[in-house]
Write a protein that binds this ligand. Structure first.
Ligand SMILES: NC(=O)c1ccc[n+]([C@@H]2O[C@H](COP(=O)([O-])OP(=O)(O)OC[C@H]3O[C@@H](n4cnc5c(N)ncnc54)[C@H](O)[C@@H]3O)[C@@H](O)[C@H]2O)c1
Length: 278
């Protein structure tokens, strides 16, 4: 039986680990070839370790284990020319582009009230989480249009893109901005049968949140643990879970990328266990 995205090519940013790696593997399982990029270097003031070349190599191994092709390289979504060159090379090798997952993002950068956020901290988050998403689609749209077969663009926002949170106004602002970009693109690209939607996960079990600083922030204890964090995190989620897994977000991406969602565009889709209901 053919896969749900058989023969298509997907471009995924932030694909070395976490949700991006999961997206690459899940789409490959369903028949897509992958163009993967990641920064692979430390993120200033991030409370978690950077992804590495070894992480990206593991994504390559997992996609190739599905008998799919992957073109993986280092690129920074803040640098349009470098990102564009990496995507051009991927399309040259794989021959087309149908699916875009603008997934790369940073979080947990110096939480503080908005009036205390430093200029460089604000800019850093905006540059990656909002301008980086715009760069991703700006580079990708000409390739998807050129195929003449339509396509699916999925922007990773957050449930923080649909409501406010104290002390992370920079992150919340970027994730709301992604929704505005998604809605505008959905209108611009509809005549080309290119659909644009956004994903809004609650806490996802990835290095972005599974680190001591985040556990401490959520639990209020300097030595707060993953388990204690899970209890606090889960108290904001109606389903009895501490967080969602990357594959849950990947399954939503897969649906939006597939022809099963052929008339779905302009939709912000929560993957949040009901978090937004509270
Ligand atoms: N983990 C969560 O709880 C959660 C919840 C909601 C939304 N999100 C969003 O999901 C997306 C994926 O995050 P994750 O949870 O997989 O975190 P992660 O830190 O495990 O993965 C993010 C990847 O993006 C890459 N990246 C960061 N800046 C980049 C840049 N400038 N250029 C290219 N790549 C860059 C990182 O190197 C990393 O490999 C992000 O947009 C994040 O904001 C995460």
């Amino acid at each position: 039986m053919p896969g749900r995205v058989e023969g298509k090519v997907a471009f995924i940013t932030g694909a070395a680990r976490g949700q991006g790696r999961s997206h690459a593997v899940r789409l490959a399982e369903e028949g897509a070839d992958i163009i993967a990029v990641d920064l692979l270097e430390p993120i200033p003031l991030a409370p978690y370790a950077a992804s590495t070349q070894a992480d990206l190599d593991e994504t390559v191994r997992l996609v190739e284990a599905q008998d799919r092709r992957i073109v993986a390289s280092r690129a920074d979504v803040r640098d349009f020319d470098g990102l564009n060159a990496a995507l051009d090379e991927g399309v040259a090798q794989l021959g087309r582009l149908d699916i875009v997952s603008a997934n790369a993002g940073i979080g947990g950068i110096t939480p503080s009230p908005a009036e205390e956020l430093a200029e460089d901290v604000w800019r850093n988050v905006i540059d990656t989480n909002l301008t980086g998403v715009w760069h991703t689609v700006k580079a990708a749209i000409p390739h998807v249009k050129a195929g003449g077969r339509g396509g699916s663009i999925v922007l990773t926002s957050s449930e923080a893109g649909l409501r406010g949170y104290q002390n992370i106004a920079h992150y919340v602002s970027t994730k709301h901005g992604v929704v505005g970009l998604m809605r505008s693109l959905a209108l611009e690209l509809a005549p080309h049968m290119i659909r644009v939607n956004s994903l809004h996960p609650t806490q996802v079990d990835t290095p972005m949140i599974q680190n001591q600083e985040t556990w401490t922030l959520f639990t209020g204890k300097p030595d707060g643990t993953r388990e204690e964090f899970g209890v606090v995190s889960g108290s904001a989620i109606p389903l009895p879970i501490p967080w969602v897994e990357s594959v849950d977000v990947s399954n939503a991406l897969l649906f939006l990328a597939s022809d099963e969602a052929r008339y779905i565009t302009g939709v912000p889709l929560p993957v949040d266990g009901g978090n937004l209901l509270l």
